[in-house]
Design a protein around this ligand. Structure first.
Ligand SMILES: Cc1cc2nc3c(=O)[nH]c(=O)nc-3n(C[C@H](O)[C@H](O)[C@H](O)COP(=O)(O)O)c2cc1C
Length: 215
């Protein structure tokens, strides 16, 4: 990852290359290239001291693990505030109906949320509509403070925003670690000169609290 915010042009190059890569994988020749190294997907329960004993779900979708690590940190912050928290990968299909509020996060790949996070919102739209919901997005492009970057970040939520029009949304810069990527993804990242770097601002991540839970 370069120090400069990456341009939309570079992102479009990433998209084109990945479409080509998927075609290769689909042909059967590129199967090995798409194998992703094992990634830790933490799931844990933290008992809070809040007398209201509100139970919060923090659920997330990740490919290379950085979103999982951010979800874990958010869960710990909520527990430190007294909430009882379950941190669970969205792939484990948690039931939001069992919770007082939901924090849902996804990594960005190819300009959008991961499909399993979108699927979670679609499946549970009715329940989520009746709960405080906060969305966190982990990405590397469009991190600037300018209007264009802000608009591009907001567009990452295109698949879920119509279903959750009132949900709070926050964006965190993520991680590029080639060792966590498939050969194909690593090749794409190198070709578009997205260098290895950890852009996560842990102070910002740990101090973030969904507005509905901050009181
Ligand atoms: C193949 C690939 C595509 C990506 N596409 C985007 C993108 O379109 N926009 C963006 O801001 N970041 C993009 N990223 C950066 C990831 O969102 C970032 O590395 C994030 O920390 C990954 O989260 P994870 O470790 O939980 O999978 C991409 C990364 C890879 C490897």
């Amino acid at each position: 990852m370069t120090k400069q915010p990456l341009s939309r042009r570079r992102f479009l190059k990433i998209t084109g290359l990945t479409v080509a890569g998927v075609a290769l994988a689909g042909s059967g020749l590129g199967y090995t290239a798409t194998l992703t190294p094992a990634v830790a997907t933490p799931a844990f329960h933290l008992e809070g001291e809040n007398t209201m004993n509100q139970r919060i779900l923090v659920t997330y979708a990740t490919r290379a693990g950085s979103t999982a690590e951010i979800a874990a940190a958010i869960g710990e912050s909520l527990a430190a505030r007294g909430y009882t928290v379950d941190v669970t990968p969205v792939k484990e299909k948690p039931d939001p109906a069992a919770y007082a509020a939901v924090v849902l996060g996804s990594a960005i790949r190819m300009n959008g949320w991961l499909p399993e996070a979108v699927e979670f919102v679609k499946t549970h739209q009715a329940v989520l509509a009746g709960l405080p919901v906060a969305l966190f997005t982990v990405h590397l492009l469009n991190t600037g403070d300018d209007d264009a970057s802000r608009a591009a970040r907001a567009a990452y939520l295109a698949a879920v925003r119509p279903l959750l029009p009132d949900a709070e949304a926050v964006y965190f810069a993520g991680l590029m670690d080639y060792a966590r990527l498939s050969f194909l993804d690593r090749t794409i990242a190198k070709m578009v000169k997205v260098h290895e770097a950890d852009h996560r601002d842990w102070a910002a991540i740990r101090s973030w609290m969904p507005a509905a839970l901050a009181a």
